[in-house]
Design a protein around this ligand. Structure first.
Ligand code: FES
Ligand code: FES
Length: 152
């Protein structure tokens, strides 16, 4: 099997990949279980990660394509000991129900805030159209992102 080198959450790793492995397979296989598989077709955003700062459905990217890339998953955004302000806001607003969609949503929200620290509610809602919450908790999710952005 070919080996690739990449950085995951700031840590350089070298790993073997099979040709048809997707990035989600690689990440979950390495223990990054925040990366969730929902639709497997690029429609739900549950598997979202940042690749070189760009928002990517990891179910649609081959692992070998990540060679030399910088990957960020929820685990690299914040930890229980040192949570990101998005994570704190999601707790404050009880924005997680079953929680399955939330890692991908926080990755999407971080992508937005990295580019636009003061998004409007419309901009938040527009980018979150890339993420499906099957529990339907969108109101609290949007409020949490607004709080993390300092809008409320
Ligand atoms: S599992 Fe990748 S977008 Fe749904
Ligand atoms: S909180 Fe359950 S799918 Fe979003």
């Amino acid at each position: 099997m070919p080996k690739i080198g990449l950085r995951i959450n700031g840590v350089q790793v070298i790993t073997e990949v099979r040709g048809r492995d997707r990035l989600i397979d690689l990440l979950r296989g390495m223990g990054f279980m925040s990366v969730k598989e929902g639709c497997s077709a690029g429609d739900c955003g549950s598997c979202n990660v940042l690749v070189n700062g760009e928002l990517v459905n990891s179910c649609l990217m081959l692992a070998v394509q990540a060679r030399g890339c910088e990957i960020l998953t929820l685990e690299g955004i914040g930890t229980e000991e040192k949570p990101h302000r998005l994570q704190l806001a999601f707790v404050d607003f009880a924005a997680s129900q079953c929680g399955y969609c939330i890692p991908g949503i926080i990755v999407t929200a971080k992508y937005l805030l990295d580019r636009n620290p003061n998004p409007t509610e419309e901009e938040i809602r527009r980018i979150l159209t890339a993420n499906i919450c099957r529990c339907g908790g969108y109101t609290r999710i949007v409020e949490a992102v607004k709080k993390a952005a300092g809008a409320i």
